[in-house]
Design a protein around this ligand. Structure first.
Ligand code: ADP
Ligand code: MG
Ligand code: ZN
Length: 470
């Protein structure tokens, strides 16, 4: 029998606010244990939380960017559970009235993965297991999170990967989080079930907790899909359970089953007032959203006529795009701009993070100056690449590398006479070329390049040479 995979993801994202959700402590990652803390985020009796406005604003940004409706009157709830990473013995979260609801993320195929809800909550502290002891670090306690819950619309590990990547990209674009899975600022709980093709009802699901890498999500899903099918085919039943994924073995194992699932006894948080967001505020946030990644990709391809492969290398990195667009708005041609970025600057921006940060000492103004020289054939592409490479390393302006006299180029008459010399000096290459060996012409290009110290436009030289030897 054929089985369909059904999956929905719960994604936790740490918000990039400077301070925590209910106090003024810093959210900075790392630091000496228990130094980013105060009575509020360590749950001291009598300490009162005050909701950070920025958290609400960031969550609304995420909601609008994923096409959610915003509940402008909402409240927070207590989720009760007792564990040493949570000193109050409850987490302040949202239960029945999340800030954002009913959105979606669109995949390349056009398929939409529904977003059920996005709510705000506080992160818990971190337990560190070491030499037979367990230590607790509350620096992370009270760091603001949004939890993004998807509909069970995901039907393969590939779709899960694309969904998480798209979500990551959107959230980075809008400046709400850096979404670094390896540092834990983005993590996913993956719910999985299988059902026979054509069945009307979903199967029982299992939930793999706290995944912090996209490739592990894919692998864990594939494993769990096969495991569930095997159980069913063997006449067994899937037990609803929370699982953990072992990165080394590539297998899942049970943490707890539904029988020992906790009852969180949610109730409205009495220490925080009802949150009322003026409509104008929502509209103000909507208006401040940047162009979203998918829209940008399509605009690059359809309107700027950038070839799709190049557009895909650019659109993910907002800073790179801002740089390219600014240079273009200053008159630089699209084609040379993007090719120089992808061909030359990217060789200096090796990692994803390098491209993300885009911290090269080249301004859009200088880039535009350089590209305009190439656009006008004042310099050839090789010289443009060399110059840009030096600019990116040394941070000096175009004028430092290219002097007035370099821009004279080589005039047509001069070039014609050099090409003539090239033909005369290379009779064997000319004969080979005429006999159909196209590559033989490179010997002539070499002569021209040498004679002009690389200033000649080789495309023009090619035309002249071919005319001369016809
Ligand atoms: P919780 O895990 O807190 O009980 P929910 O019941 O809201 O929360 O479900 C959490 C996630 O599980 C959602 O992302 C949802 O899409 C997904 N989900 C629900 N039912 C199934 C199912 N049968 N198979 C796979 N995923 C499911
Ligand atoms: Mg869950
Ligand atoms: Zn604090």
């Amino acid at each position: 029998m054929k089985y369909r995979l059904v999956s929905g993801l719960e994604t936790h994202v740490e918000l990039a606010t400077a301070t925590k959700i209910f106090c003024g402590c810093t959210t900075a990652f790392g630091g000496e244990p228990n130094t980013h803390c105060c009575p509020v985020c360590t749950g001291q009796p009598g300490a009162l939380p005050v909701l950070n406005k920025k958290v609400v604003e960031y969550a609304i940004r995420a909601g609008l960017a994923t096409h959610c409706t915003i509940n402008t009157t909402t409240h927070l709830d207590r989720k009760n559970y007792c564990y040493p990473d949570l000193p109050k013995a409850y987490q302040i979260s949202q239960f029945d009235k999340p800030l954002c609801e009913h959105g979606y993320v669109e995949l390349e195929s056009g398929k939409r993965i529904g977003i059920t809800r996005i709510h705000i909550e506080e992160d818990a502290g971190k337990l560190v297991h070491e030499s037979g002891y367990t230590f607790v670090d509350y620096n992370r306690g009270g760091v603001p999170l949004i939890e993004i819950v998807s509909e069970p619309d995901i039907s393969s590990p590939e779709e899960a990967k694309e969904y998480v990547e798209k979500l990551q990209l959107i959230i980075r674009y809008i400046g709400v989080s850096d979404c670094k899975m390896q540092e834990g600022s983005m993590r996913c709980d993956v719910n999985i079930s299988v059902m026979p093709e054509g069945a009307a009802q979903f199967g029982t699901r299992t939930e793999i907790k706290n995944m912090n890498s996209i490739s592990y999500i894919e692998k864990a899903m594939a494993y769990e899909y096969s495991r569930q099918i095997e159980v069913i085919e063997g006449g067994g039943k899937i037990v609803q359970a929370t699982l953990r994924y072992d990165e080394r073995t590539g297998e899942t194992s049970v943490m707890r089953t539904k029988e020992d699932a906790q009852d969180y006894r949610y109730f409205p948080e009495p220490d925080i007032l009802t949150v009322v967001i003026p409509e104008e505020k929502v509209e103000e946030i909507r208006a401040s959203l940047p162009e979203l990644p998918t829209d940008k990709l399509h605009r690059y391809i359809d309107e700027l006529h950038i070839n799709p492969a190049t557009a895909k290398l650019l659109y993910k990195y907002k800073r790179v795009c801002d740089f390219a667009e600014e240079a273009i708005s200053l008159g630089a041609g699209v084609k040379n701009t993007v090719n120089l970025i992808v061909g030359t600057l990217y060789s200096k921006l090796v990692t994803e993070e390098d491209k993300e940060k885009f911290a090269l000492p080249v301004s859009a103004e200088e880039m535009a100056k350089l590209v305009k020289l190439a656009d006008g054939s004042k310099i050839n592409i090789t010289l443009a690449q060399k110059t840009l490479s030096a600019m990116a390393e040394e941070g000096k302006p175009v004028s430092h590398y290219i002097k007035e006299e370099d821009l004279q180029g080589v005039d047509e008459g001069q070039l014609e006479s050099i090409c003539r010399q090239a033909v005369e000096a290379n009779p064997a290459a000319v004969a080979d070329f005429k006999a159909g060996k196209e590559k033989a012409i490179f010997a002539l290009y070499g002569f021209v390049k040498k004679a002009t110290q690389g200033k000649a436009d080789i495309k023009k030289a090619d035309e002249i040479i071919k005319r001369l030897i016809k």
